[in-house]
Ligand binder design. Sequence first.
Ligand code: PRX
Length: 651
Amino acid sequence: MTSDGFENLLHERRVFAPSDEFKAQANAQPSLYGAADADRLAFWEDQAGRLHWDRKWDLPLDWTDAPFAQWFVGGKLNVAVNCVDRHVNDGYGEQVAIHFEGEPGDTRAITYQQLQDEVCQAANALVELGIEAGDRVAIYLPMIPEAVISMLACARLGAAHSVIFGGFSAEALRSRINDAQAKLVITADGGYRRGKAAALKPAVDEAVTETPSVNNVLVVERTGQEVEWTQRDLRWKDLVGRQSTTHVPQAFDSEHPLFILYTSGTTGSPKGILHTSGGYLTQTAYTHYNVFDFKANTDVFWCTADIGWITGHSYVVYGPLANRATQVLYEGTPDSPHQGRWWEIIEKYGVTTLYTAPTAIRTFSKWGREIPQEFDLSSLRLLGSVGEPINPEAWMWYRSVIGGNRCPIVDTWWQTETGAIMISPLPGITECKPGSAMRPLPGICAKIVDDAGVPVGNSEGGYLVLDEPWPAMLRGIWGDPQRYIETYWSRWPGVYFAGDGAKYDSQGAMWLLGRVDDVMNISGHRISTAEVESALVSHPATAEAAVVGANDETTGQAIVAFVILREHAEISESTVDDLRAHVAREIGPIAKPRQVLIVKELPKTRSGKIMRRLLRDVAENRSLGDMSTLADPAVMGLIADGLSAPGAVED
Ligand code: PRX
């Protein structure tokens, strides 16, 4: 656990209460906590009432087969109908659902009626390709409307989508397609990033050479760049464009699979996190409404996450659309064509609610306050943060420079596995402390426990656990029920261990302290040390590799790799660059190490376990901590020698 981070927060005494004005109009009032405490399951049943059910559930929760939960047992609904058709039926067909802003400046305003038409067309196209309820569809797209439409088309048919982040490599794509046995891949020729057309289809072409389950590749034309074409490939424009805009939806069981999303764990192979329908949609809608104080008639919501991550699933697609949001979808990077692009978008669309990651906030603060100050940000009324601990200084910058000292900030803690926000202030109720996610939401049971699983008291730290099931919880790891039990439910009986360290302050507010396992958090994205190590070891020059996440001012953590080369490996000036590029090829540019340090030895315990703690000390230039369990203390000297040797470069 990082003692450094904790030092900071011990000194953090600032507290910000919501204004009387905000309080008076807030969706969430203090009675929400009381209602959930009085009868948690009845509270969740009330929340499920936010949705349209074709058949009401018989039982709110079946936990008899724990840790395999069933929520709203016997209920039936169609998730896509809840996110689209019902708003049209309620008379809001003309309301804009999505303000799409392409990076080159092209725009599209898509109303709920148009969204319904396009989702139906896409669903009909999928039916024509033989996709049925229960199938899996891989989606590998840039941030364009077709990404949302594809996800909803799958949901409408009861086919589980597996969205793979467009920054992942062909190899990562292939392994995910094969794990889920996807029948169809939906992709695009490319997308715009940093002013250039970045190709996507070649990675799919490479991946599908070894994915026997894939029958077709459906290709959206976004950039118009040249792509290879095979018999398996179909053009979105042709196939989807000629379909009927009507499609009769079917209602699915509350526990019908909605999607699989792969995330890193402590081993080399990513886990397919499985989410189902009724409980997931209930909690995403509930949290979007209360945490973001969402007002369907006046708010313009913008969650900047890519749909390749859980935040994009829950707070670009399902939560906001279930609540009839008008939202912004932006394709590109924050610095294209200039560093004020986000603020320009906020001014242009009158964005009221911005939900983003600390790494972005730190980057903007580095670029300087003069940039956002050139734009009118007065439409903003609420700010959110997600993905990693937000350091108090970044929080204060966000509050004053972006929020004009008037917007509450909700620091929201949750995970791919939890499906929706779990710990967060409620903006009209909670006093906020910069850097704290404050307390579990009504209906959520989270605690901090010690090694023995005993809850700790105020001013004490330990492990964050969830000790009651929640509606949006993962239902398992795709194809591996045993791994699900072992990974999440075996450290303390009957309790979900989240992998994070946390601490209560003297008043009982929660402070998240980062991962306690071998998972790194790079710009709010999870990468496991084991994944990067396997990628490094798959390079012919590598004998052994150890990877740590070192503190980084901008990205939160950065990947630092220690590599022992094979004896006969040819070392050249470019070895370090080759290794970095190799990792980017194997996993994706996001996993490219910031530094590769060529060393002669790695510090190990007598039982052969790599002592990452010491490597982290080296990576962060700290004096070395306790080395008493090190089998051979001399290796740290060898590492230090290695650091001064040629090849140990950093860029
Ligand atoms: O370590 C926590 C960190 O991100 C992890 C979950 O990552 P992922 O599944 O990729 O989901 C990210 C978006 C929900 C957590 O185990 N994390 C997420 N939000 C916060 C956070 N750490 C501190 N504060 C947060 N608000």
